[in-house]
Design a binder for this molecule. Structure first.
Ligand code: AHM
Ligand code: MG
Length: 315
């Protein structure tokens, strides 16, 4: 018998509460992956003509993926609100506004890869609300540090669709099996290799990096002799880093002075997974999981990977 997402219920003290939400992520992933495969036939590729709250061009697929994800979170009955990269404000699920959990999501990460049929992903995390269940959920419910995260994960839409997640009991990867139409455990207890692998960064920005990161990276490259890979889709770059080892970074630069990647739905979920897999997740001089968020769409510098390479880079 294959092990399915139901197995999450047995993982640690949060597993049973998180299972229905992660199953909802799984259903959303199946729908989003079908949407991506059919996009070219349905005129769903390309820009939607609108900008999101961050001033970035929204793709049609960003908007459709966001709708699918929200709908599946509503269907769980356990989620009172969703904070999404594609929505300026917190989205309250009115029918379940008394529910206990808040989900943060980047529904379609790496969307610049869509036009070239490259890998993209979904990133999510779950926290328990801070407001009383009789009150309306509030954006303050999302502003919790990574230490409060109960579950986090990503879906990679590559040659296969994989859901990699953690409820605080290690990191486990489930691959979608088209024959059974279910996610089945394919990568139990994922641990990042302590050495080897690749460094992964958009090095074309190096002239503009802050914090002497250009010199620091040069030093790390010399000492570590790591090879280089960069997809430009955080989920794909993180997934390779987790499986092969190395380091993924997106430093602050003169254009993005606080970094490009979003704290709540990119840095924290990936930081949580990286630490659960035995790696390290820093934002310059503070652990990603120790940052106290101030805003839903806050951006931070990100350094994730094997402990030795993160330390070597930031020393
Ligand atoms: P997005 O959420 O709008 O797709 O942006 C986030 C993406 C990450 O997936 C990736 O790590 C990064 O932006 C790539 O940025 P760049 O094209 O500047 O290298
Ligand atoms: Mg993103």
């Amino acid at each position: 018998m294959p092990i399915t997402l139901n197995s999450i219920a047995k993982q640690g003290s949060n597993g049973s509460a998180m299972m229905p939400i992660i199953q909802g992520v799984g259903r959303a992933a199946i729908e989003i992956s079908a949407l991506l495969r059919g996009a070219v036939f349905h005129g769903a590729l390309g820009a939607a003509g609108a900008e999101n709250v961050q001033g970035e061009q929204q793709q049609k697929l960003d908007i459709l993926s966001d709708e699918i994800f929200l709908d599946e979170m509503r269907a769980t009955g356990f989620v009172c609100a969703v904070g999404s990269e594609e929505q300026e404000e917190l989205l309250v699920i009115e029918e379940y506004s008394h529910a206990n959990y808040v989900v943060l999501v980047d529904p379609l990460d790496g969307s610049s890869n869509l036009d070239i049929d490259g890998p993209v992903g979904t990133i999510f995390s779950v926290v328990k609300r801070k407001t009383c269940i009789t009150d309306q959920p509030h954006v303050s419910d999302t502003l919790q540090s990574g230490q409060e995260v109960i579950a986090a994960g990503y879906v990679l839409y590559g040659p296969s669709t994989m859901l990699v997640c953690s409820v605080g009991e290690g990191v486990h990867g489930y691959s979608f099996n088209p024959a059974s139409a279910r996610f089945e455990l394919s990568h139990p207890d994922m641990r990042i290799p302590a050495s080897g692998g690749y460094y992964s960064v958009n090095e074309s920005n190096s002239e503009d990096w802050l914090d002497q990161m250009g010199d620091k990276l040069d030093g790390m490259k010399k000492e570590s002799k790591l090879g280089m890979r960069y997809v430009g889709s955080m989920v794909a770059d993180m997934h390779r880093t987790l499986l092969k080892g190395g380091i993924f970074l997106y430093p602050a630069d003169s254009k993005n002075t606080t970094g490009k990647l979003r704290l709540l739905y990119e840095a924290i979920p990936m930081g949580f997974l990286m630490e659960q897999a035995g790696g390290k997740a820093m934002s310059k001089d503070i652990a990603v999981l120790d940052i106290n968020p101030e805003a839903l769409h806050q951006r931070v510098p990100v350094y994730l990977g094997s402990v030795a390479y993160v330390d070597l880079l930031l020393k």
